[in-house]
Write a protein that binds this ligand. Sequence first.
Ligand SMILES: C[S@@+](CC[C@H](N)C(=O)[O-])C[C@H]1O[C@@H](n2cnc3c(N)ncnc32)[C@H](O)[C@@H]1O
Length: 399
Amino acid sequence: MATIRGGSRHGVVLEDGSLHCEYYDSRRCGSCTIIETPYHQQVAHKRARVAALLEPLAPDLRWLPGVESRPTAFRTKAKMVVAGTVDAPTIGILDAHGEGQDLRECPLYPPALAAAFPHLAAFVTRARLEPYSVPHRRGELKHVLVTLAPDGDLMVRWVLRSTEALSRIRKHLPWLVAQLPQLSVASVNVQSEHKAILEGERETVLTDRDTLTMTVNGFDLHVRPQSFFQTNTDVAASLYRQAAAWIDEAAPAHLWDLYCGVGGFALHTAASGRPVTGVEASAQAVASARRTRDDRLAAGDTAMEHVSFVTDDAVAWAVRQADAAQAVVVNPPRRGLGEELSRWLDGSGASTVIYSSCNPDTLARDVAWMPSFVAREARLFDMFPHTTHGEVAVVLARH
Ligand SMILES: C[S@@+](CC[C@H](N)C(=O)[O-])C[C@H]1O[C@@H](n2cnc3c(N)ncnc32)[C@H](O)[C@@H]1O
Protein backbone atom coordinates (compact mmCIF):
# COMPACT_ATOMS: atom_id res chain seq x y z
CA MET A 1 0.00 0.00 0.00
CA ALA A 2 1.50 3.35 -1.04
CA THR A 3 2.01 5.95 1.65
CA ILE A 4 -0.15 9.04 1.44
CA ARG A 5 1.66 12.39 1.46
CA GLY A 6 -1.22 14.80 1.27
CA GLY A 7 -4.81 15.19 0.25
CA SER A 8 -6.87 17.59 -1.77
CA ARG A 9 -10.59 17.23 -2.42
CA HIS A 10 -11.05 14.26 -4.81
CA GLY A 11 -7.34 13.57 -5.07
CA VAL A 12 -4.67 12.20 -2.80
CA VAL A 13 -0.95 12.76 -3.38
CA LEU A 14 0.98 9.57 -2.74
CA GLU A 15 4.48 9.42 -1.28
CA ASP A 16 6.00 8.98 -4.76
CA GLY A 17 4.35 12.22 -5.91
CA SER A 18 1.81 10.49 -8.14
CA LEU A 19 -1.82 11.44 -7.78
CA HIS A 20 -4.65 9.17 -6.79
CA CYS A 21 -7.81 10.72 -8.26
CA GLU A 22 -11.33 9.41 -7.87
CA TYR A 23 -12.41 10.74 -11.25
CA TYR A 24 -9.55 8.92 -12.96
CA ASP A 25 -10.04 5.68 -11.04
CA SER A 26 -13.74 5.58 -11.85
CA ARG A 27 -12.92 6.31 -15.52
CA ARG A 28 -15.02 9.46 -15.50
CA CYS A 29 -11.98 11.45 -16.64
CA GLY A 30 -8.85 10.36 -18.48
CA SER A 31 -7.32 13.81 -19.04
CA CYS A 32 -4.33 13.19 -16.74
CA THR A 33 -2.86 10.44 -18.87
CA ILE A 34 0.31 9.85 -16.77
CA ILE A 35 -1.24 10.31 -13.34
CA GLU A 36 -0.01 6.90 -12.15
CA THR A 37 3.62 7.72 -12.87
CA PRO A 38 5.60 9.00 -9.85
CA TYR A 39 5.91 12.75 -10.23
CA HIS A 40 9.74 13.02 -10.53
CA GLN A 41 9.58 10.37 -13.25
CA GLN A 42 6.95 12.35 -15.15
CA VAL A 43 9.28 15.34 -15.25
CA ALA A 44 12.26 13.15 -16.19
CA HIS A 45 10.29 11.54 -19.05
CA LYS A 46 9.19 14.91 -20.45
CA ARG A 47 12.74 16.18 -20.36
CA ALA A 48 14.02 12.98 -22.01
CA ARG A 49 11.51 13.41 -24.82
CA VAL A 50 12.63 16.98 -25.57
CA ALA A 51 16.28 15.97 -25.17
CA ALA A 52 15.83 13.17 -27.73
CA LEU A 53 14.37 15.64 -30.23
CA LEU A 54 17.11 18.23 -29.68
CA GLU A 55 20.03 15.79 -29.29
CA PRO A 56 20.87 15.47 -33.02
CA LEU A 57 21.05 19.29 -33.21
CA ALA A 58 22.75 19.92 -29.87
CA PRO A 59 24.73 16.94 -28.52
CA ASP A 60 26.30 19.06 -25.75
CA LEU A 61 23.09 20.66 -24.50
CA ARG A 62 23.23 21.33 -20.72
CA TRP A 63 20.02 20.70 -18.81
CA LEU A 64 19.25 22.68 -15.67
CA PRO A 65 17.17 20.80 -13.07
CA GLY A 66 13.52 20.76 -14.12
CA VAL A 67 11.18 23.18 -12.40
CA GLU A 68 8.51 21.08 -10.77
CA SER A 69 4.99 22.11 -9.95
CA ARG A 70 2.83 21.40 -6.97
CA PRO A 71 1.16 18.06 -7.79
CA THR A 72 -2.34 19.39 -7.08
CA ALA A 73 -4.07 22.78 -6.98
CA PHE A 74 -1.76 24.27 -9.62
CA ARG A 75 -4.18 25.12 -12.45
CA THR A 76 -5.18 28.75 -12.11
CA LYS A 77 -7.30 28.59 -15.27
CA ALA A 78 -10.30 26.25 -15.63
CA LYS A 79 -11.91 25.53 -18.98
CA MET A 80 -15.07 23.64 -18.06
CA VAL A 81 -17.69 22.23 -20.42
CA VAL A 82 -21.24 22.79 -19.20
CA ALA A 83 -23.72 20.01 -20.02
CA GLY A 84 -26.69 18.24 -18.42
CA THR A 85 -29.85 20.25 -17.86
CA VAL A 86 -30.79 23.69 -16.55
CA ASP A 87 -31.83 22.14 -13.24
CA ALA A 88 -28.96 19.65 -13.01
CA PRO A 89 -25.99 21.06 -14.92
CA THR A 90 -22.62 19.32 -15.06
CA ILE A 91 -19.39 21.32 -15.00
CA GLY A 92 -16.43 19.39 -16.33
CA ILE A 93 -15.91 17.48 -19.57
CA LEU A 94 -17.90 15.54 -22.16
CA ASP A 95 -17.65 11.76 -22.32
CA ALA A 96 -17.30 9.77 -25.54
CA HIS A 97 -21.07 10.06 -26.12
CA GLY A 98 -21.11 13.82 -25.72
CA GLU A 99 -22.70 13.62 -22.26
CA GLY A 100 -21.42 15.74 -19.38
CA GLN A 101 -19.16 14.43 -16.62
CA ASP A 102 -19.07 16.67 -13.59
CA LEU A 103 -15.51 17.36 -12.38
CA ARG A 104 -16.09 20.20 -9.96
CA GLU A 105 -13.95 18.49 -7.30
CA CYS A 106 -10.99 18.02 -9.69
CA PRO A 107 -7.83 18.15 -7.53
CA LEU A 108 -5.89 20.15 -10.13
CA TYR A 109 -7.73 23.36 -9.17
CA PRO A 110 -6.82 25.48 -6.15
CA PRO A 111 -9.61 25.48 -3.54
CA ALA A 112 -10.24 29.21 -4.14
CA LEU A 113 -11.04 28.44 -7.77
CA ALA A 114 -12.95 25.20 -7.19
CA ALA A 115 -15.12 26.96 -4.58
CA ALA A 116 -16.66 28.94 -7.45
CA PHE A 117 -18.02 25.86 -9.28
CA PRO A 118 -21.10 25.17 -7.07
CA HIS A 119 -22.12 28.84 -7.36
CA LEU A 120 -21.62 28.75 -11.12
CA ALA A 121 -23.77 25.61 -11.33
CA ALA A 122 -26.49 27.29 -9.24
CA PHE A 123 -26.24 30.31 -11.54
CA VAL A 124 -27.03 28.10 -14.55
CA THR A 125 -30.32 27.14 -12.87
CA ARG A 126 -31.14 30.62 -11.60
CA ALA A 127 -30.49 32.36 -14.94
CA ARG A 128 -32.11 29.47 -16.89
CA LEU A 129 -29.03 28.94 -19.08
CA GLU A 130 -29.74 25.82 -21.10
CA PRO A 131 -26.51 23.79 -21.38
CA TYR A 132 -25.55 23.10 -24.97
CA SER A 133 -26.05 19.48 -25.97
CA VAL A 134 -23.44 18.38 -28.49
CA PRO A 135 -25.39 15.25 -29.60
CA HIS A 136 -28.62 17.24 -30.09
CA ARG A 137 -27.06 20.52 -31.22
CA ARG A 138 -29.41 22.34 -28.87
CA GLY A 139 -28.95 24.73 -25.97
CA GLU A 140 -27.02 27.90 -25.24
CA LEU A 141 -24.28 27.54 -22.63
CA LYS A 142 -21.18 25.73 -23.86
CA HIS A 143 -18.33 26.48 -21.46
CA VAL A 144 -17.54 28.36 -18.33
CA LEU A 145 -13.97 29.65 -18.12
CA VAL A 146 -12.60 30.70 -14.75
CA THR A 147 -9.25 32.32 -13.91
CA LEU A 148 -7.93 32.79 -10.38
CA ALA A 149 -5.55 35.68 -9.64
CA PRO A 150 -2.88 35.36 -6.93
CA ASP A 151 -4.84 37.87 -4.79
CA GLY A 152 -7.94 35.62 -4.91
CA ASP A 153 -9.88 37.66 -7.49
CA LEU A 154 -11.75 35.69 -10.15
CA MET A 155 -12.57 36.21 -13.80
CA VAL A 156 -15.57 34.23 -15.11
CA ARG A 157 -16.51 33.94 -18.77
CA TRP A 158 -19.58 32.20 -20.16
CA VAL A 159 -19.21 30.87 -23.70
CA LEU A 160 -22.64 30.90 -25.35
CA ARG A 161 -24.01 29.72 -28.67
CA SER A 162 -25.78 33.07 -29.18
CA THR A 163 -26.69 36.19 -27.22
CA GLU A 164 -30.14 34.74 -26.31
CA ALA A 165 -29.20 34.36 -22.63
CA LEU A 166 -27.17 37.57 -22.29
CA SER A 167 -29.91 39.66 -20.66
CA ARG A 168 -30.61 36.92 -18.08
CA ILE A 169 -26.91 36.70 -17.22
CA ARG A 170 -26.85 40.47 -16.72
CA LYS A 171 -29.98 40.35 -14.59
CA HIS A 172 -28.73 37.62 -12.25
CA LEU A 173 -25.09 38.68 -12.12
CA PRO A 174 -25.55 40.73 -8.89
CA TRP A 175 -26.77 37.52 -7.21
CA LEU A 176 -23.63 35.69 -8.33
CA VAL A 177 -21.41 38.53 -7.13
CA ALA A 178 -23.15 38.37 -3.76
CA GLN A 179 -22.21 34.65 -3.54
CA LEU A 180 -18.72 35.22 -4.95
CA PRO A 181 -17.56 38.71 -3.86
CA GLN A 182 -14.12 37.98 -5.33
CA LEU A 183 -15.67 37.84 -8.83
CA SER A 184 -14.17 40.99 -10.31
CA VAL A 185 -14.38 40.40 -14.07
CA ALA A 186 -17.32 38.71 -15.83
CA SER A 187 -17.93 38.44 -19.55
CA VAL A 188 -19.83 36.57 -22.21
CA ASN A 189 -18.22 35.11 -25.29
CA VAL A 190 -20.21 33.97 -28.32
CA GLN A 191 -19.13 30.84 -30.16
CA SER A 192 -21.97 29.94 -32.52
CA GLU A 193 -20.34 27.15 -34.50
CA HIS A 194 -20.95 23.47 -33.80
CA LYS A 195 -17.25 22.75 -33.55
CA ALA A 196 -14.83 21.78 -30.81
CA ILE A 197 -13.62 25.37 -30.51
CA LEU A 198 -13.34 26.75 -27.01
CA GLU A 199 -14.37 30.33 -27.68
CA GLY A 200 -15.32 32.80 -30.41
CA GLU A 201 -14.34 36.34 -31.37
CA ARG A 202 -17.18 38.32 -29.77
CA GLU A 203 -16.78 39.20 -26.11
CA THR A 204 -19.05 41.37 -23.97
CA VAL A 205 -17.67 42.45 -20.60
CA LEU A 206 -20.40 42.71 -17.93
CA THR A 207 -18.46 44.21 -15.02
CA ASP A 208 -16.86 47.62 -14.45
CA ARG A 209 -13.46 45.97 -14.44
CA ASP A 210 -12.30 44.33 -17.65
CA THR A 211 -8.91 43.04 -16.51
CA LEU A 212 -7.78 40.59 -13.86
CA THR A 213 -4.49 41.51 -12.20
CA MET A 214 -2.08 38.59 -12.12
CA THR A 215 0.82 39.65 -9.92
CA VAL A 216 3.88 37.63 -10.92
CA ASN A 217 7.26 38.29 -9.29
CA GLY A 218 5.96 41.72 -8.29
CA PHE A 219 4.80 42.64 -11.81
CA ASP A 220 1.08 43.40 -12.09
CA LEU A 221 0.10 41.79 -15.40
CA HIS A 222 -3.36 42.81 -16.57
CA VAL A 223 -5.21 39.98 -18.25
CA ARG A 224 -8.30 40.75 -20.32
CA PRO A 225 -10.87 38.02 -21.00
CA GLN A 226 -9.41 37.05 -24.38
CA SER A 227 -5.73 37.51 -23.54
CA PHE A 228 -3.46 34.49 -23.24
CA PHE A 229 -2.10 33.79 -19.80
CA GLN A 230 -0.06 30.81 -18.60
CA THR A 231 -2.10 28.09 -16.85
CA ASN A 232 0.24 27.50 -13.93
CA THR A 233 1.08 30.88 -12.39
CA ASP A 234 3.79 29.62 -9.99
CA VAL A 235 5.73 27.76 -12.69
CA ALA A 236 5.28 30.71 -15.08
CA ALA A 237 6.90 32.91 -12.41
CA SER A 238 9.95 30.59 -12.43
CA LEU A 239 10.08 30.67 -16.23
CA TYR A 240 10.16 34.49 -16.30
CA ARG A 241 12.86 34.57 -13.59
CA GLN A 242 14.97 32.09 -15.57
CA ALA A 243 14.63 34.13 -18.77
CA ALA A 244 15.66 37.27 -16.85
CA ALA A 245 18.73 35.44 -15.48
CA TRP A 246 19.76 34.22 -18.94
CA ILE A 247 19.32 37.71 -20.40
CA ASP A 248 21.32 39.28 -17.56
CA GLU A 249 24.11 36.83 -18.37
CA ALA A 250 24.01 37.65 -22.10
CA ALA A 251 23.69 41.41 -21.30
CA PRO A 252 22.39 42.39 -24.75
CA ALA A 253 22.29 46.04 -25.77
CA HIS A 254 18.81 45.59 -27.25
CA LEU A 255 16.16 42.91 -26.87
CA TRP A 256 12.98 41.71 -28.57
CA ASP A 257 10.16 39.69 -27.02
CA LEU A 258 8.22 38.14 -29.91
CA TYR A 259 4.71 36.78 -29.13
CA CYS A 260 4.86 38.83 -25.95
CA GLY A 261 1.22 38.51 -24.77
CA VAL A 262 0.66 40.83 -21.79
CA GLY A 263 4.43 41.37 -21.57
CA GLY A 264 5.73 38.76 -19.10
CA PHE A 265 9.16 38.24 -20.68
CA ALA A 266 9.67 41.84 -21.86
CA LEU A 267 8.91 43.33 -18.45
CA HIS A 268 11.07 40.79 -16.58
CA THR A 269 14.06 41.23 -18.89
CA ALA A 270 14.03 45.03 -19.00
CA ALA A 271 17.02 46.84 -17.51
CA SER A 272 18.07 50.47 -17.35
CA GLY A 273 19.35 51.67 -20.69
CA ARG A 274 18.33 48.48 -22.54
CA PRO A 275 15.67 48.98 -25.21
CA VAL A 276 13.13 46.14 -25.18
CA THR A 277 10.47 45.75 -27.87
CA GLY A 278 7.54 43.37 -27.36
CA VAL A 279 5.54 42.26 -30.41
CA GLU A 280 2.10 40.68 -30.15
CA ALA A 281 -0.89 40.16 -32.47
CA SER A 282 -3.54 40.96 -29.86
CA ALA A 283 -4.10 44.72 -29.45
CA GLN A 284 -5.76 44.06 -26.09
CA ALA A 285 -2.73 42.20 -24.76
CA VAL A 286 -0.47 45.02 -25.98
CA ALA A 287 -2.66 47.60 -24.19
CA SER A 288 -2.27 45.55 -20.99
CA ALA A 289 1.52 45.32 -21.39
CA ARG A 290 1.74 49.10 -21.91
CA ARG A 291 -0.36 49.67 -18.82
CA THR A 292 2.04 47.66 -16.64
CA ARG A 293 5.01 49.50 -18.11
CA ASP A 294 3.36 52.90 -17.59
CA ASP A 295 2.37 52.11 -14.00
CA ARG A 296 5.92 51.06 -13.20
CA LEU A 297 7.37 54.11 -14.93
CA ALA A 298 5.05 56.30 -12.85
CA ALA A 299 6.36 54.47 -9.76
CA GLY A 300 9.93 55.38 -10.75
CA ASP A 301 11.10 52.08 -12.32
CA THR A 302 13.77 53.35 -14.73
CA ALA A 303 14.16 49.88 -16.31
CA MET A 304 10.87 50.60 -18.10
CA GLU A 305 12.09 53.77 -19.82
CA HIS A 306 12.97 52.05 -23.09
CA VAL A 307 10.34 49.30 -23.13
CA SER A 308 7.84 49.47 -25.99
CA PHE A 309 5.12 47.21 -27.34
CA VAL A 310 3.88 46.84 -30.91
CA THR A 311 0.67 45.23 -32.16
CA ASP A 312 1.62 43.22 -35.24
CA ASP A 313 2.16 39.78 -36.66
CA ALA A 314 5.52 38.71 -35.21
CA VAL A 315 6.83 37.30 -38.50
CA ALA A 316 5.74 40.22 -40.68
CA TRP A 317 7.09 42.74 -38.15
CA ALA A 318 10.45 41.01 -37.66
CA VAL A 319 11.29 40.55 -41.32
CA ARG A 320 10.53 44.25 -41.98
CA GLN A 321 13.30 45.31 -39.56
CA ALA A 322 16.78 46.08 -40.88
CA ASP A 323 18.23 43.65 -38.33
CA ALA A 324 17.25 41.76 -35.21
CA ALA A 325 18.02 42.86 -31.66
CA GLN A 326 21.11 41.37 -30.04
CA ALA A 327 18.91 39.01 -28.03
CA VAL A 328 15.47 37.74 -28.99
CA VAL A 329 13.00 35.95 -26.71
CA VAL A 330 10.34 33.96 -28.57
CA ASN A 331 7.31 32.27 -27.02
CA PRO A 332 5.04 31.29 -29.92
CA PRO A 333 1.80 29.27 -29.82
CA ARG A 334 1.99 25.50 -30.39
CA ARG A 335 2.52 25.92 -34.14
CA GLY A 336 5.97 27.41 -33.43
CA LEU A 337 7.87 30.12 -35.32
CA GLY A 338 7.71 28.54 -38.76
CA GLU A 339 10.35 28.45 -41.46
CA GLU A 340 10.32 32.13 -42.50
CA LEU A 341 10.97 33.59 -39.03
CA SER A 342 13.39 30.81 -38.00
CA ARG A 343 15.53 31.28 -41.12
CA TRP A 344 15.33 35.09 -40.84
CA LEU A 345 16.59 34.93 -37.23
CA ASP A 346 19.34 32.56 -38.33
CA GLY A 347 20.59 35.08 -40.89
CA SER A 348 20.14 38.10 -38.59
CA GLY A 349 22.58 39.82 -36.25
CA ALA A 350 20.98 38.30 -33.11
CA SER A 351 23.59 36.57 -30.97
CA THR A 352 21.19 34.93 -28.47
CA VAL A 353 17.70 33.50 -28.90
CA ILE A 354 15.72 32.28 -25.91
CA TYR A 355 13.00 29.99 -27.17
CA SER A 356 10.21 29.13 -24.72
CA SER A 357 8.02 26.43 -26.22
CA CYS A 358 4.97 24.39 -25.28
CA ASN A 359 5.48 22.03 -28.23
CA PRO A 360 8.79 20.13 -28.48
CA ASP A 361 8.08 19.02 -32.06
CA THR A 362 7.80 22.54 -33.47
CA LEU A 363 10.69 23.65 -31.24
CA ALA A 364 13.01 20.99 -32.71
CA ARG A 365 11.79 21.73 -36.24
CA ASP A 366 12.43 25.49 -35.81
CA VAL A 367 15.88 24.94 -34.26
CA ALA A 368 16.79 22.82 -37.30
CA TRP A 369 15.97 25.88 -39.44
CA MET A 370 18.53 27.88 -37.43
CA PRO A 371 21.77 26.01 -38.20
CA SER A 372 24.01 28.96 -37.23
CA PHE A 373 22.74 28.65 -33.65
CA VAL A 374 23.37 25.86 -31.19
CA ALA A 375 21.18 25.04 -28.20
CA ARG A 376 23.46 25.50 -25.16
CA GLU A 377 21.25 25.30 -22.10
CA ALA A 378 17.69 24.17 -21.50
CA ARG A 379 15.23 23.79 -18.67
CA LEU A 380 11.88 22.08 -18.39
CA PHE A 381 9.10 24.00 -16.65
CA ASP A 382 6.38 21.56 -15.68
CA MET A 383 3.24 23.63 -16.07
CA PHE A 384 0.99 20.61 -16.65
CA PRO A 385 1.69 17.76 -14.19
CA HIS A 386 0.11 14.35 -14.88
CA THR A 387 -0.07 15.02 -18.63
CA THR A 388 2.63 14.63 -21.26
CA HIS A 389 2.61 18.40 -21.90
CA GLY A 390 5.37 20.66 -20.67
CA GLU A 391 7.04 23.97 -21.33
CA VAL A 392 10.71 24.00 -22.22
CA ALA A 393 12.97 27.03 -22.52
CA VAL A 394 16.19 26.79 -24.52
CA VAL A 395 19.07 29.24 -24.90
CA LEU A 396 20.40 29.30 -28.45
CA ALA A 397 23.78 30.91 -29.07
CA ARG A 398 25.95 31.30 -32.16
CA HIS A 399 28.36 28.46 -32.89
C1 LIG B 1 2.22 31.05 -25.86
S1 LIG B 1 1.49 32.67 -25.83
C2 LIG B 1 2.80 33.57 -25.07
C3 LIG B 1 2.42 34.86 -24.42
C4 LIG B 1 3.45 35.52 -23.54
N1 LIG B 1 4.81 35.37 -24.02
C5 LIG B 1 3.34 35.04 -22.09
O1 LIG B 1 4.32 34.63 -21.50
O2 LIG B 1 2.21 35.10 -21.55
C6 LIG B 1 1.58 33.13 -27.51
C7 LIG B 1 1.13 34.54 -27.81
O3 LIG B 1 1.32 34.77 -29.21
C8 LIG B 1 0.28 35.59 -29.69
N2 LIG B 1 0.25 35.38 -31.14
C9 LIG B 1 -0.33 34.38 -31.84
N3 LIG B 1 -0.06 34.52 -33.14
C10 LIG B 1 0.73 35.61 -33.28
C11 LIG B 1 1.36 36.23 -34.38
N4 LIG B 1 1.22 35.76 -35.63
N5 LIG B 1 2.10 37.33 -34.17
C12 LIG B 1 2.24 37.82 -32.91
N6 LIG B 1 1.67 37.27 -31.83
C13 LIG B 1 0.93 36.17 -32.01
C14 LIG B 1 -0.94 35.14 -28.91
O4 LIG B 1 -1.92 36.16 -28.89
C15 LIG B 1 -0.33 34.86 -27.52
O5 LIG B 1 -0.39 36.01 -26.72
